[in-house]
Write a protein that binds this ligand. Structure first.
Ligand SMILES: *[C@@H]1O[C@H](CO)[C@@H](O)[C@H](O)[C@H]1NC(C)=O
Ligand SMILES: *[C@@H]1O[C@H](CO)[C@@H](O)[C@H](O)[C@H]1NC(C)=O
Ligand SMILES: *[C@@H]1O[C@H](CO)[C@@H](O)[C@H](O)[C@H]1NC(C)=O
Ligand SMILES: *[C@@H]1O[C@H](CO)[C@@H](O)[C@H](O)[C@H]1NC(C)=O
Ligand SMILES: *[C@@H]1O[C@H](CO)[C@@H](O)[C@H](O)[C@H]1NC(C)=O
Ligand SMILES: *[C@@H]1O[C@H](CO)[C@@H](O)[C@H](O)[C@H]1NC(C)=O
Length: 576
């Protein structure tokens, strides 16, 4: 979804190496502001990484809202539409125009409603596109590969991030559709069937359209998706004591509109004049409101956190060290052993399931939830981005019969699997000529597939971030993976070909500057931030989380779609 943090949305299909990536990272069409000077004043130029600061807003004056919730476990199809709506993010700022999900234009919200699914109960969701705008809210870069609806309009396709789901319901980046009825080449259906057969967890849904994902998520197209069951750990806080927190950053103009860059930060790159690979804003929103406050009682809470920012990583800390934080879950569900945290590291698209204990804090206290993460791009570190939320400890009855579990299940023993896994090294880098592009293994999205993992095999992926600046977010569709180890790389030498990435640390000419550090992996992930100047090794089982086999054809269309385009003879052979 963006790009210093180029969210590389690597699908687990043959295109792995290429087609995977960029959709999230890429952008969009052209806003013809200059052509229509009568209707609207020409927008002020907004330059990537140099946007004008947002109007000053008083923090902590509005209460954290609860997001609306929809039960999708009834067997009845639920329809969620995308609407253009006006919503307030702060009382001191005029309303903002968003694209939001909802059951109607009146009830649409940004973030969209929480979808509540039950494990092993199929959910039926139709996603409709009600956007009739001719041009997008934001400037679309015409030079990037993107959806091109013949009749114009805003193309949309929703992806359920982290879901074990059939290819045709996965939200392929080329499966977009418009309100006028145009469809992308990988389009199958607007009606989704989600099997919910994976472990209980928090997923999120978001737009995933080729070339528009980044814009559409900043415009508001995302929401939470819970999978629950009757067999979850007992004694966890629930109801009013379970609090979903969707955290995002945005920048605003004085008229309340979202300030999204109209110009690339590097004006000498003519191939992507409007592409800002790192959108980071100076206003922090939680559940759609700027810097809200939350009243809590002296007791245990469950916080379900999603970082839905385009590029900003958060490292969250409570200002009072007596607040105890214990992580009980991650992207793929419960961890095996709960872990006490000093702070909350949360790159884009990560989900964290936390127990937060305010028992030791006296009533009347005020606690701040602050962000201490320093982005490597200095201009993206306004002091306002260090503020997130305020908590007031108030009088009240805490959650009853709740406790912090000490174990949530056995850690998997993967010794044998790891010793037999196939190995693959993948590099992440940026090409500037002839086009500015994000690359996976020196390939771009439109290149033919090179990586073809086999269904029902295990692989170790060694992902090397050759960018010196930002982290690069990698997300695999369909499968979960486990972080095994990480290792620093001499990126300067590596990118000039002066060392070898295939030689281990210690050998002459190795690009690795230290021995690998084993990761303290606590649970299954679908998203990982590959930090700059590092390689990360992950174990990827091409299996469902149940360990058996998929109850659908994981190799079917349109997973292999782009592969089909480039290599018609091999079409549809492999999805994984
Ligand atoms: C555009 O710039 C002018 C002059 O700097 C400023 O007064 C105006 O508020 C800006 N408009 C927007 C929408 O930011
Ligand atoms: C502003 O947004 C709020 C919701 O956040 C909405 O209720 C209200 O109708 C909006 N005002 C306008 C003028 O659209
Ligand atoms: C507390 O939780 C335990 C375990 O789930 C349950 O057996 C017990 O009935 C609960 N007690 C109360 C008072 O709710
Ligand atoms: C956290 O935020 C509060 C309120 O904005 C501020 O007063 C405090 O200095 C911040 N603490 C840190 C460590 O940044
Ligand atoms: C894990 O499995 C291997 C054999 O596959 C065995 O040798 C080892 O003792 C096991 N480790 C643990 C901690 O059970
Ligand atoms: C801008 O792009 C040009 C052409 O690729 C490159 O030579 C130059 O170093 C870039 N400048 C910055 C600041 O990235």
């Amino acid at each position: 979804m963006e790009a210093k943090c180029r969210r590389h949305d690597s699908r687990s299909h043959p295109g792995l190496g290429h087609q995977s990536s960029l959709h999230i990272a890429i952008l969009i069409g052209l806003l013809n502001v200059a052509l229509d000077v009568r209707a609207e004043p020409v927008l002020n130029e907004s330059v990537c990484l140099h946007m004008s600061v947002s109007p000053a807003l008083t923090p902590y004056i509005q209460e954290l809202p609860r997001l609306p919730s929809i039960d999708i476990s009834t067997g009845v199809q639920v329809t969620l539409g995308v609407y253009k709506v006006s919503r307030s993010v702060h009382p001191e700022l005029p309303n903002t125009t968003f694209y939001c999900y909802g059951t109607s234009g009146e009830t649409a919200s940004c973030p969209g409603p929480n979808l509540e699914a039950k494990k092993d109960v199929t959910s039926y969701v139709r996603f409709e596109n009600h956007l009739t705008d001719e041009s997008h809210l934001f400037v679309v870069d015409p030079t990037l590969r993107q959806a091109k609806p013949p009749r114009g309009g805003i193309p949309l396709i929703t992806h359920l991030h982290g879901a074990e789901t059939e290819p045709k319901y996965d939200g392929h980046a080329e499966a977009w559709y418009t309100a006028a009825g145009d469809t992308g080449p990988a389009f199958v259906t607007r009606d989704r069937e989600f099997l919910n057969q994976q472990p209980e967890t928090l997923l999120w849904y978001h737009d995933h359209t080729l070339g528009y994902t980044r814009l559409n998520i900043v415009a508001g197209l995302l929401g939470l998706y819970f999978i629950r069951s009757a067999h979850e750990p007992p004694n966890l806080p629930s109801g009013e004591f379970e609090i979903p927190l969707v955290i995002q950053d945005k920048q605003f103009l004085p008229d309340g509109s979202i300030n999204f860059p109209t110009k690339s930060f590097n004006l000498s790159v003519s191939s992507a004049p409007n592409w800002c690979p790192s959108y980071m804003g100076d206003v922090i929103l939680v559940n759609g409101k700027a810097w809200p406050f939350l009243n809590v009682v002296r007791g245990l809470y469950r916080f379900r956190i999603l970082n839905a920012a385009s590029a900003r990583t958060f490292r969250l800390m409570f200002s009072d060290s007596r607040v105890k934080i214990v992580q009980i879950g991650t992207d793929g569900g419960y961890v095996w052993t709960p872990v006490e945290l000093a702070d909350i590291y949360c790159p884009p698209a990560y989900r964290l399931d936390l127990l937060v204990d305010f028992s030791a804090i006296p009533v009347g206290s005020t606690i701040f939830l602050n962000n201490s993460y320093m982005e490597s791009l200095a201009t993206n570190n306004p002091t306002t981005a260090r503020l997130v939320m305020k908590l007031n400890v108030v009088e009240g009855l805490p959650a009853q019969n709740v406790s912090i579990p000490t174990s949530l299940g056995p850690a998997p023993n993967l010794t044998e699997v790891i010793s037999q896994a196939a190995y693959r090294q993948l590099t992440l880098s940026t090409q500037s000529e002839p086009y500015l592009r994000e690359m996976l293994n020196l390939r771009v999205w439109s290149d033919p597939a090179t990586e073809m993992p086999q269904l029902y095999s295990h692989e170790i992926w060694d992902i090397v971030n050759l960018n010196g600046l930002g982290s690069h977010i990698i997300h695999l569709h369909l499968v979960n993976f486990l972080l095994l180890e990480w290792q620093p790389v001499d990126v300067l030498k590596a990118s000039r070909g002066l060392c070898s990435l295939s030689k281990p640390f210690g050998e002459p000419d190795s690009c690795f500057t230290e021995a690998p550090t084993p990761a303290e992996s606590i649970g299954w992930k679908d998203t990982i931030a590959v930090t700059p100047l590092h390689s990360l090794k992950v174990l990827v089982p091409f299996f469902p989380r149940s360990g058996g086999s998929y109850n659908f054809d994981a190799t079917a269309f349109p997973g292999s779609f782009e592969f089909a385009l480039e290599n018609p003879k091999n079409a549809f052979v492999l999805y994984l």
